[in-house]
Design a binder for this molecule. Structure first.
Ligand code: GTR
Length: 380
């Protein structure tokens, strides 16, 4: 495929990217409705089967919510804070995701909301000692009229390779071994957890349910993209430096490779993904198609200049190669196929992008740009 002529790349690998518009059966997709009816479900299935694994259930029948804590006028008077327990049962065991929900007191309803997939430790989102941090700059978020929600990934599945006994794998997986090659990994479990949080957010009448973004950094960014791809209730998925098996194309990778990620984190993806350790060229998908699964909703990819491991160039190129899918919907994906300079965000299209100076991290700069983007497009 050659969706663009102006992106700078010399690597012929990119010419072999799977074409968004040709189905496995060789059928050409020519309309947005065909994309949604035929190609989108096929791609979701390919990502499940070969990369993230298959969640054994969607919303559990046992799902229920209980408000545990409420604090009004917190953070120096500007915020109302709630902690909500999201509870579910399976095989006799109970799971609980503790959701932190922080809303601005001064807001006009309905309030747009960012849901952060938190991978910085549960203590950082405890309502009792909540404070603004660069990773979750609550004061800036509230001052700009947004609500912030956050849950910790460990509530869904601890980030360790224990043979899939703890977390939601232990709660929901059939006990018989061996696990099938497409059994869900930890990233898929966290994405499932973010959807259960959305189940709750939808019930809060103060929130703008059509303006909820799912956002994560690094492993959390991979999760945000896989969650948003599947769960169409999210209007926007934001990937901050998600890199390998997040926003970055696997073909032609200059940062982390599939082999490196599978060896360092054997629990993140399904075991079938290991087949591609040294052969990304054999994958029936690549990560531009993960971004394209957000269409016609929005997606935002953020890279950092010194974060070579997350492969800014391939993160940007995934946005470039996802853009033709937006065009099929009559929408602009990226506004430009030239990689922008640092601190020159591309905000006009349905795919937002920025390159920040500095290292691998989620910073106030990143948050401010995400909110610039949603201010511009959400009419808030
Ligand atoms: C790294 C991993 C990356 C990224 C990162 C993070 O060690 O190789 O894929 O997920 O951790 O989550 O900070």
């Amino acid at each position: 495929m050659s969706p663009m002529s102006s992106a700078h790349h010399n690597n012929t690998d990119y010419n072999d990217l799977p074409n968004p518009f040709i189905t496995l059966a060789g059928e050409h997709i020519l309309s947005a409705s065909d994309w949604l009816e035929k190609r989108r479900p096929e791609l979701l299935e390919l990502f499940r089967k070969h990369i993230y694994g298959r969640a054994p259930l969607d919303k559990p029948g046992s799902l229920r919510f209980s408000i545990q804590k409420e604090m009004r006028g917190a953070l120096g008077g500007i915020a109302d804070i709630q902690q909500i327990n999201i509870l579910f049962d399976g095989r006799g065991e109970r799971g609980c995701i503790q959701l932190l929900l922080v809303t601005p007191r001064a807001a006009l309803h309905p309030i747009p909301c960012f849901l952060l997939i938190n991978n910085r430790g549960k203590e950082s989102i405890e309502p009792g000692d909540i404070r603004s941090t660069p990773f979750l700059p609550l004061e800036r978020i509230l001052a700009r009229g947004y609500a912030a929600a956050a849950f910790d990934v460990a509530d869904v599945d601890p980030d360790e390779h224990d043979g899939f006994h703890n977390g939601v794998h232990g709660i929901f997986d059939p006990p018989d071994l061996p696990r099938p090659p497409d059994a869900w990994g930890t990233i898929a479990a966290w994405a499932w957890g973010a959807s259960r949080v959305m189940d709750y957010l939808e019930t809060d009448p103060r929130l703008a349910h059509d303006c909820i973004a799912v956002l994560g950094h690094s492993r959390g960014g991979k999760t945000a993209l896989w969650c948003g791809a599947q769960d169409e209730r999210f209007a926007l998925a934001i990937s901050n430096e998600s890199g390998c098996t997040g926003a970055a194309l696997a073909r032609g990778a200059t940062g982390e490779t599939i082999r490196q990620i599978n060896e360092a984190f054997p629990h993140w993806f399904c075991s079938a993904y290991r087949r591609y350790n040294d052969r990304p060229d054999l994958l029936p998908v690549d990560q531009h198609l993960l971004l394209a699964l957000m269409a016609p909703r929005r997606v935002y990819v953020a890279s950092a200049q010194a974060d070579a491991w997350a492969d800014p160039k391939n993160e940007f190129l995934a946005c470039v190669y996802a853009s033709p899918v937006y065009r099929l919907f009559g929408l602009q994906g990226l506004e430009s196929y030239e990689m922008p300079a640092v601190h020159q965000p591309l905000h006009a299209g349905y795919i937002g992008y920025h390159l920040r100076a500095g290292e691998h991290d989620l910073t106030v700069y990143d948050w401010e740009r995400f909110m610039d983007y949603t201010d511009r497009h959400w009419n808030v």
